[in-house]
Write a protein that binds this ligand. Sequence first.
Ligand code: FAD
Length: 250
Amino acid sequence: MAIDFVIPDDAKEVRARVRQWVQDECIPAEKRLADGEALDKVIADLRKKARAQGLWLPFIPTEHGGMGLGPLANALVQMELGQSHLGALSMNSQGPDDATMLTLLAHGTDYQKEKFLGPLFNGEKRICYSMTEKAAGADATGMQTSAVKDGKGNYVLNGEKWFSSSANVADIAVVMAKTNPEAPRHQQFSTFIVELPNPGYKILRNIPTMAVHSEVAEQMGAAHCEISIDNLVVPEENLLGGEGQGFAMG
Ligand SMILES: Cc1cc2nc3c(=O)[nH]c(=O)nc-3n(C[C@H](O)[C@H](O)[C@H](O)COP(=O)(O)OP(=O)(O)OC[C@H]3O[C@@H](n4cnc5c(N)ncnc54)[C@H](O)[C@@H]3O)c2cc1C
């Protein structure tokens, strides 16, 4: 079967708009950071302008305030946004928020969507994803973090996580843990929505990587955190997508 490599006109058009946005607004705004202006202020100004132009949440359906782009157009948009350190943040399209928002949208209860997704879509909050552990990377079924019901309407989580990107700036963490060690391998894990900061979810450090590390770079996304999870209490209503569904959603 022949593969069609032609980029549709509407994807070309949105790519051109985003390219212009990045060149005209995001790259010049980087200088404000270099001059010592606060990141929050620079991002807030950019986001206000981006939203006014309809450049917001490219991967989220239009009925939720996004641009509703498919995978190809979104990939092209992300390529353009990657030209500036501020590109993805300007359109609230930074990882790991992007994929994690989609997970909540696809699997969240009405309560979870109303409480957590609204502020994420508005760019008021950040979210991170904690799956990987030191001994569970490419094969994430090695995860050892456990979640046990306490009989009082909560799960209690214990273990550790590794490389949780942007946990240092997140208001919410989506955490995977083992709820049933007896279940088939891929049905042992569940996913929990954790409000941060939380005494049971402690950031031990930002793991050094090949990225440029500075305080502002780590706020923008260059922090990949080691986390200790000690008696982390999560209300049962914060279980995402049902017990045993963690792996499928991840
Ligand atoms: C910058 C960065 C950001 C990240 N952000 C997040 C995040 O936000 N949340 C999160 O949960 N995780 C995150 N991760 C973790 C990421 O998901 C893991 O790094 C990834 O799953 C690989 O795991 P590992 O690093 O332990 O490598 P390993 O699993 O140790 O793999 C090392 C090497 O061995 C190879 N290998 C492994 N198993 C096999 C096999 N069976 N057969 C053949 N080859 C194999 C791999 O391909 C790789 O080349 C992040 C990682 C990085 C580097």
